[in-house]
Design a binder for this molecule. Structure first.
Ligand code: HCA
Ligand code: CU
Length: 381
């Protein structure tokens, strides 16, 4: 995968998260924080959702951010007209194509959908805006229906077509196959949107990019409808691992933690302990064997460099799995005068204490080391 673009949808999909309520000020703060990271696009809630949503969309479209501003609308002329009047750079148009949605949601057939799509897309293009056309619930839609509607909109010059795994049912192999097939049928860009109900949202995004997709939808911490979509941080971790330089040069990765904290606080959740990159244990090394190798060369057990994300590595030593090399490293950090033999003795003491009482805090470990150091000093006087 040589390049990709991020459509950051915290301010659209993320607003569909159970706890989300962003007032205007919070939306602007989030938009600016995401812009600092350098995401390519921001996608905002439809101006048709409510009067305040319309005003907020207009306000953010006029902030002069580097990111292109999109709003997300139904495939209706009325939606398109109002959305254009907000001053956004482009519109993401969506309509359901699966039999579930055709039957139980909007009740329209494929001929109607195709004609409507062409009408709305042509209208948006005439106004000079970028336009994407996406099918909701793509993976439960008929493949022939999908390809023929994508082909039809590609022909009239849509900028991107979108595939949406609305229900989170797709797996990476299915994603690869669908995107690969679509890549052979349209010449425009391909955007993908993955829900995370079965934990595949990052892997699916990666598979889509490998198959020729160009744009991936994300949200901060993955928030969205139900359990959400591809998380921004997780996508960074995945893509960095494939092409570190591209990701580091294009995005300001040091700002990831800030925006996660802003969003976590706004929606009243804590950042998960095992979160990609920023989880509190994401760079904590524990077992003695790992600790020794990490101290010699971090690449032995680290695929992501913490410093590239403004994070720091931590080697945990106050537990029964500890090893003397890690303890000795702490001796050096504290600038104590202890030999290897001393470090080994303290290590045995830590293990015995941990067996008896559970983990020791770093303060307790430091206390043991200092006591050992002082005892030696007294011995030499
Ligand atoms: C929904 C809409 C959507 C749209 C995705 C897209 C989805 O909330 O149902 O515009 O590509 O998951 O299908 O988020
Ligand atoms: Cu969605």
């Amino acid at each position: 995968v040589s390049s990709f673009k991020i459509i950051e949808s915290t301010l659209r999909e993320g607003e569909q998260f159970a706890n989300a309520f962003f007032d205007t000020e919070k939306k602007i703060e989030i938009a600016k924080a995401l812009d600092e990271i350098g995401v390519d696009y921001l996608e905002l809630t439809s101006p048709m959702a409510s009067e305040q949503s319309r005003q907020d969309c207009t306000a953010i479209a006029n902030l002069g951010l580097k990111a292109k501003i999109l709003t997300h609308i139904r495939c209706h002329m009325d939606d398109a007209k109002v959305a254009i009047s907000t001053g956004v750079d482009g519109l993401d148009v969506v309509i359901g194509t699966s039999s579930y949605l055709r039957e139980f949601s909007h009740g329209k057939d494929m001929d109607y959908i195709t004609a409507k799509a062409i009408e709305v897309i042509s209208f948006i293009k005439e106004s000079g805006l970028e336009v994407r056309f996406s099918t909701e619930d793509s993976f439960r839609s008929d493949l022939v229906d999908l390809l023929s509607i994508y082909k039809a909109v590609d022909k009239i010059g849509v900028n991107r077509v979108g595939i949406a795994d609305t229900v989170g049912c797709a797996n990476p192999r299915q994603v690869y196959e669908l995107v690969k097939t679509l890549r052979g049928v349209v010449s425009c860009d391909i955007e993908c949107h993955f829900h995370n109900d079965t934990g595949c949202a990052i892997a699916n995004a990666y598979a889509a990019l490998e198959a020729g997709a160009t744009h991936i939808d994300t949200s901060v911490l993955g928030i969205g409808e139900r359990n959400g979509i591809t998380p921004l941080g997780g996508l960074f971790a995945r893509m960095y691992t494939g092409d570190k330089e591209y990701v580091k040069n294009k995005y300001n990765l040091h700002k990831l933690r800030d925006v996660e904290n802003i969003v976590a606080e706004a929606v009243e959740v804590t950042v998960p302990f095992n979160n990609y990159i920023t989880g509190y244990c994401a760079f904590t090394h524990k077992a003695g064997i790992h600790a020794k190798a990490i101290l010699n060369n971090p690449s032995t057990y680290e695929i992501l460099k913490p410093e590239d994300f403004g994070m720091t590595r931590y080697v945990s030593i106050g537990h029964r799995l500890t090893g003397w090399n890690a303890v000795k490293n702490r001796v050096e950090q504290l600038n104590l005068d202890l030999t290897d033999e001393d470090a080994k003795a303290v290590t045995q003491k830590i293990k015995a204490l941990a067996d008896a009482h559970g983990a020791l805090s770093l303060d307790m470990v430091d206390g043991l080391l200092k006591k050992f150091h002082e005892a030696k000093e007294e011995g030499t006087h």
